[in-house]
Write a protein that binds this ligand. Structure first.
Ligand SMILES: [Zn+2]
Length: 302
């Protein structure tokens, strides 16, 4: 039996998988984002609770909202400071007495789409998470791109958007990663809220902004137009660079069909290829992509 954990900035989801990689049951808790020992205690107690009768977890695979260096196990995570830095993997393995494998959540998601989702039969899959933040993972011929430091697909950082924000008369916020004004600051759920707040002084959650946009409410048009411009510029560059066959998207913002269809149309218009059929498509994995992909880690990649 395998225990799979998806540690996100808001919630942590647990999944129990059998030997044939069937997902048997799940459970979700709130993530204690600033408290490593608290998070490890929660994982330990959920691990005991989820193991039924004679079940023993021989492996624990973890998807994180962050990156994990395959050599040093150093983790970077803006959304979950509790796991950042060195030692989380060791701490967890000591607490559970079980080997753990850790990978970026968007990489796990891309792996799941490439094998079980809409990316099946596509050679190059760029999986994108558009949730609280923005992240990506790259799967080539069924395997994750095995980079040097575990950051492959991190399209939301080092984008240097400060000048663009100033041109919009917005005082640019800086990303926790230290690289200045990254797309992650303005290009996903928290970013859409931040952008709208900066433009209108109205504190609306991203979901509500997109609902208003659906009804053609003109109080959010400028916000969504700028958001679309920022995200599509970066996505178009990434599409030019790796030339993916398909770009599935998951995360909270992917629930807006209008957003995904618009993003797809705008990105295709900006890329060199000028594709005539959809490239950016919603996930078909019903929100389980990170768990499903993390469950595949030991057998397939990294
Ligand atoms: Zn950043």
């Amino acid at each position: 039996m395998k225990l799979v954990i998806d540690i996100g900035g808001t919630k942590t989801e647990f999944g129990v998988f059998d030997e044939k990689s069937n997902l048997l049951r799940t459970h979700t808790i709130s993530t204690p984002v600033h408290n490593r020992s608290g998070l490890i205690d929660e994982i330990k107690s959920e691990s005991s609770r989820l193991a039924q009768s004679n079940e023993i977890f021989t492996q624990v695979n973890i998807s994180i909202a962050g990156t994990s260096n395959p050599e040093s196990a150093q983790i970077t995570s803006s959304n979950v400071p509790a796991i950042a830095g060195l030692g989380f993997k060791d701490d967890l393995e000591n607490a559970l007495s079980t080997p753990c494998q850790i990978a970026n959540d968007a990489s796990c998601y891309a792996l799941a789409e490439a094998h079980k989702g809409i990316g099946r039969n596509h050679a190059v899959v760029l999986g994108i998470i558009l949730g609280s933040g923005i992240g990506g993972g790259i799967v080539i011929n069924g395997s994750l791109l095995p980079g040097l430091t575990g950051i492959a697909g991190e399209l939301g950082h080092s984008n240097n958007l400060a000048a663009r924000m100033k041109a919009l008369e917005i005082v640019p916020d800086e990303c926790d990663c230290g690289a200045g004004t990254c797309l992650d600051v303005y290009g996903a759920g928290i970013g859409l809220n931040r952008l709208h707040m900066a433009l209108t002084n109205n504190d609306l959650p991203a979901k509500e902004i997109l609902s208003l946009w659906d009804t053609k409410d003109d109080t959010v048009l400028k916000t969504v137009e700028i958001f679309m411009d920022l995200v599509s510029d970066t996505l178009a560059q990434i599409v030019n660079f790796i030339d993916p066959h398909i770009v599935p998207i998951t995360g909270g913002l992917s629930n807006s069909q209008k957003l995904i269809e618009s993003l797809d149309r705008v990105v295709r218009a900006k890329t060199l290829a000028k594709l005539e059929t959809p490239l950016i498509v919603p996930s078909t994995l019903k929100g389980n992509g990170c768990l499903l992909g993390a469950a595949m880690l030991p057998n397939i990649a990294i």
